[in-house]
Write a protein that binds this ligand. Structure first.
Ligand SMILES: [Zn+2]
Length: 211
């Protein structure tokens, strides 16, 4: 068994309701393959969320993301890809209102996009990275989709460490299968020309593709 981000074999097993591994090298926490939720069950759970403009808390979450991560760091409004937008694309709509030209992609709800033809100035991915079964494959795809000078803006809750993991509400959602902190993200982008522009060490991280 090795870490799915850095391939280290220095793993600590966390035997909770599900089995997880904590990587002592990159600090990723990831679920055992056997405990990964089935795709149809995963989709069913997403449909159970109230991801609409009528849900004030949900809309506010994205407004804050734009205020803290996007607005202070991005000057130009260009082409944006909302990667993993889910069934109710609230963030895509908010970005379009701000003047971005927005494409939506979600493997379950907006799977039509022809990636090969597009390059983006900004990719947003909120509450998505914690669902990746193969983070390295996804970061490779996102890197290929970005223009040089483009930004990748991510929201996913950073884990509190292996000791506190079982008491952490974010780990209880069965569709959340992989958890990061700043060190994990530094490892994840090691082979790419990404620079970390901003990170709040809690849930936001912004990368710039520099070459
Ligand atoms: Zn690792």
């Amino acid at each position: 068994m090795e870490c799915i981000v850095c391939e280290s074999k220095k793993l600590k097993v966390l035997n909770l309701k599900n089995k997880y591994y904590f990587c002592k090298n990159c600090e990723l926490i990831f679920i055992d393959r056997e405990n990964i939720i089935a795709a149809d069950e995963e989709k069913e759970r997403y449909l159970g969320h109230d991801n609409t403009h009528q849900n004030e808390g949900y809309v506010r979450m994205f407004e804050e993301f734009i205020e803290v991560v996007i607005d202070p760091h991005l000057e130009n409004k260009g082409r944006v890809l909302e990667f993993g937008c889910g069934p109710g694309p609230v963030l895509a709509d908010l970005l379009a209102e701000k003047g971005f030209r927005v494409d939506k992609y979600d493997p379950y709800f907006y799977p039509e996009l022809e990636f090969e033809e597009e390059k983006y100035d900004l990719i947003t991915s909120t509450e998505v990275f914690e669902h990746f079964s193969d983070p390295c494959k996804e970061i490779d795809l996102l890197n290929n989709l970005l223009k040089v000078g483009g930004y990748l803006a991510v929201m996913t809750s950073f884990h509190p460490g292996p000791e506190e993991f079982s008491d952490w509400w974010y780990s209880w959602d069965p569709t959340h299968i992989v958890f990061y902190n700043l060190k994990t993200f530094q490892k994840l982008i090691e082979d790419y020309n990404f620079e970390i522009i901003f990170c709040d060490q809690e849930k936001y991280i912004l990368f710039k593709k520099t070459a």
